[in-house]
Ligand binder design. Structure first.
Ligand code: SAM
Length: 386
């Protein structure tokens, strides 16, 4: 089973799911822009409007926390309207100690031209662990590794880059890491490096660019064990030419790179590309879907059998991204999507296409995903199998 869709108000559906069974929650709740928050009219304006939104979110986030496994994490998309309130609410529900990141997502690269001042081109992704001590989130990606960062080529065709073997962080120096300040031996002619002297070798001590004593990143036994991963070269520094030792850092299969906290549209997609994705699979039936690339980047941080939950599913982007991720790497992720049968606007593309509710849109997309991408879809209405 790849996708499960449950129609209903998430507040009543969430408690019916098994506690501790979800590895990653992704949600994109109504943003409270003044017209997309269904509860807005009943709850007033200004401060009251924020209070009403927070009161709507609190029990849902609390229920979501119960569902997360010990190693799990939650990702919440939000824009400037509620980011400050949401951050405080998440601190309250998940505990400030479990805050992981507030990522900037560049979903509108052209910038919103309608505002009075700046052309807003980003929103946020708030990330909290169920428990940072046990969280399995691996904030790296294989897709962000750039082969151009590995300009050297070995004789067997493998690519690599040179990294200084000396620790460039000034916190590590002979006073703080005494055993790592020791002489190595290298030949700038042949490139050979060893922990003991050999014919034609010069003694090399680790120094910072200004000539002050530094430390190596590797111990002498490690240098001895991995001679092919080191090279001795003559380099030009501020103080003229010097002989130094470098690590050959290889571009190998499965190599991953730490993700930054700014996610660009060219990496994860934009609202425009998300509309195009949706159009291609079911039509232009939802106004601001998220790109599948955004959710796929989140999924890449978790094991390939992760249980995913999106309880503000909208057009079903998270279920779509889950099926795409499984199709790419053969994973066995499952995704539970929940959306209420909120009526679509009269005269909207969705209504004209016969999709009377948002939950009908979610189902239409997930059905198309099952046919075109793969995986089985199970549909339930407020907890009961259909
Ligand atoms: C901003 S949209 C999510 C869009 C989605 N990320 C996508 O890519 O299509 C928020 C969704 O939450 C749904 N929703 C709002 N309140 C809800 C509730 N109490 N229970 C379930 N769904 C709800 C709305 O119908 C809407 O589809």
């Amino acid at each position: 089973m790849t996708n499960v869709f449950i129609e209903g108000d998430n507040l009543s559906v969430l408690p019916s799911l098994q506690a501790g069974s979800v590895d990653v929650v992704y949600i994109d709740p109504p943003y409270n822009t003044g017209n997309d928050f269904a509860y807005n009219d009943r709850h007033g304006v200004g401060r009251d409007r924020h209070r009403a939104w927070v009161e709507m979110m609190r029990p849902r986030l609390t229920a979501a926390r119960e569902l997360l496994a010990d190693g799990g994490a939650i990702f919440v998309s939000i824009d400037d309207n509620e980011v400050a309130h949401l951050r405080l609410l998440m601190d309250e529900v998940f505990d400030e100690a479990n805050f992981i990141a507030q990522i900037v997502v560049n979903l509108n690269p052209k910038g919103r031209q309608l505002g009075n001042f700046f052309a807003t081109s980003h929103e946020y992704l708030l990330v909290y662990a169920r428990d940072v001590a046990t969280c399995v989130l691996d904030a790296t990606s294989a897709h962000s590794v750039d082969p151009a960062d590995f300009p050297q080529e070995a004789s067997d065709g493998r690519r690599f880059r040179h990294l200084p073997l000396r620790n460039t962080n000034k916190k590590f120096n002979p006073a703080t890491a005494r055993t790592l300040h020791y002489p190595l031996f290298g030949s700038p002619t042949t490139g050979r490096v060893a922990a003991t002297a050999f014919d034609g070798a010069v003694e090399v001590l680790p120094v910072f660019g200004d000539g002050t004593p530094a430390v190596w990143r590797w111990s002498a036994p490690r240098v001895e064990a991995r001679p092919d991963d080191l090279v001795c070269r003559t380099v030009r520094g501020k103080l003229g030419e010097r002989v130094d030792i470098f690590q050959r850092d290889w571009l190998h299969d499965g190599r991953r790179k730490k993700l930054k906290t700014i996610w660009l549209a060219e990496e994860v997609g934009s609202t425009d590309t998300a509309v195009a994705e949706l159009k291609a699979i079911v039509g232009h039936v939802f106004e601001s879907p998220k790109p599948t690339g955004l959710v796929r980047r989140i999924l890449e941080c978790f094991p390939p059998d992760a249980v995913v939950l999106d309880f503000f599913a909208g057009s079903g982007t998270t279920g779509h991204a889950t099926a795409l991720a499984n199709a790419e790497d053969g994973g066995r992720r499952t995704c539970i999507s929940i959306n209420s049968p909120e009526p679509t606007r009269v005269g909207s593309n969705a209504a004209s296409a016969g999709l009377a509710t948002v939950s009908a849109i979610t189902q239409a997309r997930l059905r198309a995903v099952a046919e075109q991408v793969g995986g089985v879809l199970e549909v339930r209405v407020s907890g009961s199998p259909r």
